[in-house]
Design a protein around this ligand. Structure first.
Ligand code: 3H9
Length: 652
């Protein structure tokens, strides 16, 4: 229930907006604000107005849930204009975040004051739209064109200190926002009022500035940043009213776009995924100390991520040398943070002081959770869990980090199997956001909830996956690669396939990506299955592997690489090796958009199968796996969203 309440502090009216959870501007809020301006304008006892919000934040923007519907009056730009035209000056008192339409309302106020911890910004481009209530028109007038371009095209909020510096805020306050804002309003009335933002003149910028800004706005890969830039440029070259009309038209155009629909889909999916409904009311176990078994790339990455979240780490390796190497691997990650200016030397030392290395599993007695991150081999993993079963507390959560193995096989014979769970981290684990959480039939609900709580604490995107080969992520990857190979067999050139996926929005195509990561990992896995008696058909990748072509690390894979150069060059050797398997009649799609559509539909078809088997809980989860694990372009919404109107299974 939306509430706009009014109280008087002498001659200052204090309007408090309370629209949980984030004070988004719904139709009711817009109406309420206009009515409030009218009411306070008509009240002779009021000399100024403080607009403040209840709850955790100032207004977080327009209500994104209304964006799929027809716009309803009063429209936000008119609300902002009405606040600016009020006869009594309004003061926005900001805590938390003033974002998008929230910040546009603040810019309609004659003054803006904020807590030091507050942030302000125009993140609309992240939703595939542009600021639509004067953000591209008032921001450059208040903060200058360059700052406005950064804010509106980059979509990243800035700190109160930076906003103050730029002229977007009038005062930054230590604490007691309401009292300070009232004081500020009272003092401001004693001086001449500044002109409203809409009346501040704007100077045109040179062409070179717009060209450079265009180049960086284009990097996002979708149209919203470029359109935001266009609106700011338009605002510098036209009067306020014309600029507002241009902004509104652009906003409405983008609001109805496929990209905006996709980005809204991702926005809500990302908020829903970390807190699955089935776990409502289930208390996770407390995790303060995490044991990590295995200090290689994966173990070190997981350790660094957990340490970053404030957990203490016990790192177990098989001998002193391996412990030292593992500690070094973790230290290297924090040292990297120091080099990039993200951590101080003292931070690094503090992080490392919370990591204890040992060869003795008894050191794990203190751990609330242990994550095994050893070699992906069933015998090795089983041996680790045998020892964990012996040395760990009965209530300690025991997790295996595996990408392919069946967690049930790993946990065979483990005492208290209800505390066991699979966690599939992606490498490098301190950076990659995706975390697949794989419960077994024995896993207790609070252990599953602990997996999700860990994901949230590590700022990852936790997604539940059922047990099958490769879970959600690698199963779709395998099908995607197989279909890309099928296209090669139909005569579609390898560089065309990669270019098609890059044009679609991926950073890399499927073959370039394999060359970067190495063809050997998937090959060894296929060979392992063959050795175990499974029928695994020979792939084109196998042919390259048998010819010693592992990818960039051997100077060639699907492509050739000149010494020290990572640029893929079409390879005559690969063409010759694969020639006997490539059909000459050119049956595959020839246009890049068709190639991309075909491969995305293939991913979606596998996703559909995964859903039908209950391996994924929802299509949104599959989309998030592809976006956060494999670089699927956010503005396409993920394979399930992108293929939602096509017949399932139709890799057409
Ligand atoms: C805009 O303003 C356009 C204008 O320029 C022009 C208009 C004409 N609407 O993120 P959280 C929900 S475009 C509706 O977990 P946090 C969210 O779904 C908008 N709902 O919290 C979640 O719901 P649930 C520009 C919203 O504390 C709950 O609130 N603004 C909106 O980690 C909590 O969200 C933005 O893009 C919304 N605008 O972070 C800001 N925002 O509990 C988007 C959130 O059911 N929002 N919800 O899952 C954010 O960045 C973060 O939510 C915020 C809080 C930083 C505010």
């Amino acid at each position: 229930m939306t509430r706009l309440t009014l109280r008087m502090d002498g001659d200052i009216a204090v309007v408090t907006l309370d629209n949980p959870p984030v004070n988004a501007i719904s139709e009711a809020v817009r109406k309420g604000l206009v009515e409030m301006v009218d009411r306070l304008d008509a009240d002779d006892t009021v000399r100024a107005v403080v607009l403040i919000c209840a709850g955790r934040t100032f207004i977080a923007g327009a209500d994104v849930r209304e964006f799929g519907k027809t716009p309803v009056e009063p429209h936000l730009p008119d609300v902002v204009d009405r606040i600016e035209a009020a006869q009594k000056p309004w003061v926005a008192a900001i805590h938390g975040t003033a974002l998008g339409g929230g910040f546009e309302i603040a810019m309609g106020c004659r003054f803006r004051v904020a807590l030091g911890s507050a942030k302000v910004g125009l993140p609309e481009v992240n939703l595939g739209i542009i600021p639509g209530a004067s953000g591209t028109v008032r921001t450059p007038r208040l903060a200058g064109v360059e700052f406005a371009v950064d804010l509106a095209t980059g979509g990243k909020p800035v700190s109160a200190a930076r906003a103050l510096d730029a002229g977007l805020l009038d005062l930054v306050i230590g604490n007691d926002l309401e009292a300070a804002a009232i004081d500020f309003a009272r003092q401001a009335l004693d001086a001449d009022l500044p002109q409203p933002a809409s009346q501040i003149p704007l100077e045109p910028m040179p062409d070179a500035f717009w060209q450079a800004s265009r180049t960086s706005a284009a990097e996002a890969g979708h149209q919203a940043p470029l359109r935001a830039l266009d609106c700011i440029r338009f605002a510098t070259e036209h009067d306020f009213a014309a600029a507002m009309a241009h902004e509104r038209k652009t906003f409405l155009d983008l609001r109805a776009s496929e990209e905006a629909a996709a980005l809204r889909h991702v926005f809500f999916a990302e908020r829903a995924a970390p807190k699955p409904e089935v776990l409502t009311g289930v208390e996770p176990r407390q995790i303060k100390t995490v044991g990590i078994v295995g200090g290689g790339t994966m173990g070190a990455g997981i350790a660094a991520a957990c340490r970053e979240a404030g957990m203490r780490i016990v790192l177990i390796e098989r001998d002193d040398e391996a412990v030292a190497r593992g500690m070094q691997n973790i230290d290297k990650i924090f040292t990297g943070g120091v080099k990039r200016g993200k951590l101080s030397e003292a931070d690094r030392a503090d992080r490392m002081a919370g990591v204890q290395g040992s060869t003795d599993y008894a050191a794990l007695a203190q751990a609330d959770m242990v994550i095994e991150a050893v070699f992906e081999e069933i015998g090795v993993k089983r041996a680790v869990f045998e020892r964990l079963g012996h040395f760990c507390r009965a209530d300690a959560v025991l997790a295996t980090n595996t990408s392919y193995l069946d967690p049930r096989d790993i946990a065979t014979g483990l005492p208290h199997p209800e505390r066991f769970i699979g966690l599939h981290f992606f490498s490098p684990a301190h950076i990659m956001k995706l975390l697949e959480i794989v419960p077994t039939p024995d896993t207790a609900p609070d252990v599953l909830a602990t997996g999700f709580a860990l994901g949230r604490a590590l700022k990852k995107m936790p997604i539940q996956a059922g047990i099958c080969e490769g879970f959600i992520s690698n199963r779709i990857l395998k099908r995607y690669r197989a279909e890309a190979e099928a296209l090669v067999k139909k005569g579609v050139p390898i560089p065309e396939i990669d270019a098609a996926m890059r044009d679609y929005g991926f950073k890399m195509g499927p073959f370039e990506a394999q060359d970067l990561g190495g063809l050997d990992i998937a090959f060894l896995q296929r060979e392992g299955a063959r050795d175990a008696g499974q029928k695994v058909p020979e792939t084109l990748g196998d042919i390259l592997m048998r010819a010693g072509r592992k990818g960039q690390k051997t100077g060639g894979g699907w492509y050739d690489y000149a010494d020290g150069d990572r640029t893929p060059q079409p390879s005559d050797t690969t063409t010759a090796l694969l020639a006997p398997h490539v059909s000459a009649d050119g049956q595959g799609p020839s246009l890049r958009p068709d190639i991309a559509r075909h491969l995305v539909a293939t991913m979606a078809a596998e996703g559909e199968a995964i859903l039908n088997e209950g391996i994924a809980q929802a299509p949104e989860d599959i989309d998030l796996v592809e976006i956060h694990g494999y670089g699927f372009p956010r503005w396409k919404g993920g394979p399930m969203f992108a293929s939602r109107d096509r017949a399932s299974g139709g890799a057409a």
